[in-house]
Design a protein around this ligand. Structure first.
Ligand SMILES: Nc1ncnc2c1ncn2[C@@H]1O[C@H](COP(=O)(O)OP(=O)(O)O)[C@@H](O)[C@H]1O
Ligand SMILES: [Mg+2]
Length: 252
């Protein structure tokens, strides 16, 4: 599935004295693994959330596989796009398996969940946790798991609806090096083995140079670099300079 943004502009922010996102033009092809980078407040989370219709926009359009995002198409689009929110967005008091099962709530009717989730879904949730090596933690309270284990639960929750695109907002922030690598390996495997389109917001330029193939760098709500993950530190050193045409590097 492809994601295409044309001339996207999100709401004006009086505090920033500019739109939160503006002049966003990008196309992400089926099966790409993309890092979304930028300093704090650059607009990374806003852009990612706009791909699942969570951000009203003033101008431009977003097309997911040629379907224009609008109130009528959002539900269908959300079925194909899994999102891992910043911080995981898990219900900490629930067992891990229930958090995973929450990911398929939108595809089930109230009757189907009246006496708990169907066995097929429970089996699938356990299978996903098993894929990530944490099946034995399925019935543990999520809040008691380590940060890395919780992030795996959050990925399993996004995957249970079998999305074609996976969006992850800072899935490695706050994790130790090993756990962060494990999370990136999982995302890389989904991209490599299943051909999934993966877009991940990262803070760590080292991670961004190791796993994804393409980087999109945002600065003050605009795309300032879109290309290969080479010399990212160099791209970042340009971010605080006044924005002139010469500073806008666009290689694709
Ligand atoms: N709903 C909102 N209303 C007003 N300002 C917002 C809203 N969402 C985000 N912003 C502002 O837009 C800017 C970009 O936010 P965000 O996308 O969260 O940045 P990032 O994820 O790159 O750190 C920030 O300055 C933030 O304060
Ligand atoms: Mg953010």
């Amino acid at each position: 599935m492809t994601i295409e943004c044309s001339n996207l502009e999100a709401a004006y922010s009086p505090a920033l004295r500019r739109p939160i996102l503006h002049n966003i033009d990008c196309k992400i092809e089926q099966g790409e693994f993309v890092a979304l980078l930028g300093l704090n407040g650059a607009g990374k989370s806003t852009l990612l959330r706009s791909f699942v219709g969570l951000v009203p926009y003033k101008k431009g359009e977003i097309r997911i596989n040629d379907t224009i995002m609008n109130p009528r198409t959002i539900a269908r689009i959300r079925h194909d796009v899994g999102m891992i929110f910043q911080g995981g967005g898990l219900v900490k008091q629930l067992p891990a398996i229930d958090n995973v099962l929450c990911g398929c709530l939108s595809s089930l009717t109230p009757w189907q969940t009246l006496w708990g989730f169907p066995k097929k879904k429970r089996d699938r949730a356990l299978e996903l946790l098993d894929n990530f090596g944490i099946q034995e933690l399925a019935y543990q309270t999520t809040g008691k798991l380590s940060g890395g284990q919780q992030q795996k639960v959050a990925i399993a929750r996004a995957l249970i609806q079998a999305p074609k695109i996976l969006l992850a907002d800072e899935p490695t922030t706050g994790l130790d090096v090993i756990a962060a690598q494990q999370v990136m390996e999982i995302l890389a495997r989904l991209h490599r083995d299943r051909g999934m389109t993966v877009i991940v917001v990262l803070h760590d330029l080292g991670m961004a140079s190791t796993y994804p193939e393409r980087a999109i760098v945002l600065d003050a709500g605009q795309i300032v670099y879109d290309g290969k993950c080479h010399n990212l530190a160099d791209k970042f050193s340009k971010l605080n300079q006044p924005k002139t045409e010469e500073n806008i590097i666009k290689t694709r």
